[in-house]
Design a binder for this molecule. Structure first.
Ligand SMILES: Nc1nc2c(c(=O)[nH]1)N(C=O)[C@@H](CNc1ccc(C(=O)N[C@@H](CCC(=O)O)C(=O)O)cc1)CN2
Ligand SMILES: Nc1ncnc2c1ncn2[C@@H]1O[C@H](COP(=O)(O)OP(=O)(O)OP(=O)(O)O)[C@@H](O)[C@H]1O
Length: 192
């Protein structure tokens, strides 16, 4: 079995090989999978992210969720609690600034923050996922740390977004890993 660092390189490479057409099809397919799904219909406050590094493109999903009247939030790297994310309201007019990884995030406005416990649904980025709902991220532990603030019986649903090619048979699991309730790709919604 490849270790976590090797898996990240291998799967990020795989994702970067996708053609522009495949990326576009996946982004449209993702909306088709998610708009009618029960977790989305039941949710009002939804966190997602702006895609980076050949991640499945969330632009069409964001537009569709706004049209459906959902309230959206984006992650911001916590300004002083290293390794944690906070979530800020995201509207078409929200000013964005690049974070230290070059990923655009909302300009911090404390009045627009929502505690993670008040989110109904969190779409997470990931590098790899397996058939048990385990996820491997970019390696910063940002989502693992932030999601560990949710109680074990929290009602917030966690859905990873990925390309089909990011699925692996089985991920090595660490004690801090936060498993997902589902993963959505351009072609499927897999519940665990
Ligand atoms: N689109 C998106 N946004 C996200 C995440 C993500 O995975 N995807 N994150 C999920 O946690 C957080 C940011 N975490 C990240 C962790 C590492 C790297 C990264 O590119 N690392 C480089 C080298 C480090 C550097 O440039 O300083 C690399 O590994 O090549 C990017 C984001 C919050 N926002
Ligand atoms: N709840 C936590 N409390 C403290 N440290 C944590 C916690 N969760 C993860 N970490 C630390 O974060 C580091 C990176 O974790 P890991 O490799 O699982 O990140 P990842 O899942 O790839 O990243 P991400 O969650 O940002 O997508 C590890 O060294 C781990 O010790």
């Amino acid at each position: 079995m490849l270790n976590r660092a090797q898996l990240r390189i291998e799967i990020r490479n795989r994702r970067q090989q996708l053609s522009a057409q495949a990326q576009q099809d996946a982004a449209i397919g993702l909306v088709r999978q998610l708009l009618p799904c029960a977790e989305v219909l039941a949710a009002q406050h939804i966190a997602l992210y702006l895609s980076n590094d050949s991640e499945i493109d969330t632009t069409a999903l964001i537009q569709a969720l706004w049209q459906a009247g959902k309230t959206l939030y984006l992650p911001i790297l916590h300004p002083f609690c290293a390794g944690y994310l906070i979530f800020q309201h995201y509207q078409p007019t929200t000013p964005l600034v690049p974070n230290r990884f070059g990923i655009p995030e909302p300009k911090l406005n404390c009045a627009e923050l929502l505690p993670v416990q008040q989110l109904d649904l969190i779409f997470t980025p990931l590098v790899a996922f397996d058939s048990l709902g385990q996820r491997l991220g970019m390696g910063g532990g940002f989502y693992d740390r932030t999601l560990s603030q949710l109680a074990a019986n929290h009602r917030c649903r966690l859905i990873g977004l990925a390309h089909d090619c990011q699925q692996v048979p089985q991920l090595p699991v660490e004690p801090w890993d936060q498993p997902l309730h589902a993963v959505a790709t351009g072609s499927r919604l897999l519940r665990f």
